[in-house]
Design a protein. Structure first.
Length: 153
């Protein structure tokens, strides 16, 4: 997404929306910068690991748990795959597929693909779909709930 946005390889309405929103919103500008930094890091999920205790469900398919060392992590509730630290968005460690809305909605109800795409997030361990966001093309990933306490060790 970062590369497509920087190269201007997005539909014209989406590019205009990104430019206008970045100019208007300091928070959106910060999100774009943060996404660029994260893309450069090439984040890798933890993978298989031992879970000591499930603390609570974050989503129907993602739990917050303590691993064997006592660190808070996000984990797939289906297969036990550990995404990463609980203080970071699990979506950053997920497999992401950008789907054309025409594949999901009837043609007369589908949003214009120049204005909307579906970002589907999947567990790298078992392939379970964990989340779906509908956003304009090229927008940063919509952050899932990040609970400040979870960022603490």
């Amino acid at each position: 997404m970062v590369a497509a946005r920087k190269a201007g390889n997005l539909p014209a309405p989406a590019l205009e929306l990104v430019k206008e929103t970045e100019w208007f919103s300091a928070e959106f500008h910060r999100q774009l910068q943060q996404e660029e930094q994260l893309a450069a890091k090439d984040l890798k999920p933890v993978g298989k690991g031992e879970i000591r205790e499930v603390l609570f469900k974050l989503t129907p398919y993602v739990n917050v748990a303590l691993d064997s060392t006592g660190k808070k992590v996000t984990v797939c509730s289906e297969c036990g795959f550990i995404y990463g630290p609980a203080g970071e968005d699990f979506k950053l460690y997920s497999l992401v597929y950008e789907r054309d809305p025409d594949e999901v909605y009837p043609k007369h109800l589908a949003p214009d693909k120049e204005w909307a795409v579906l970002l589907e997030f999947y567990c790298p361990g078992c392939g379970r779909q964990t989340e779906v966001d509908q956003t304009p093309p090229g927008m940063p990933i919509v952050p899932h709930a990040i609970i400040a306490e979870l960022a603490q060790k």
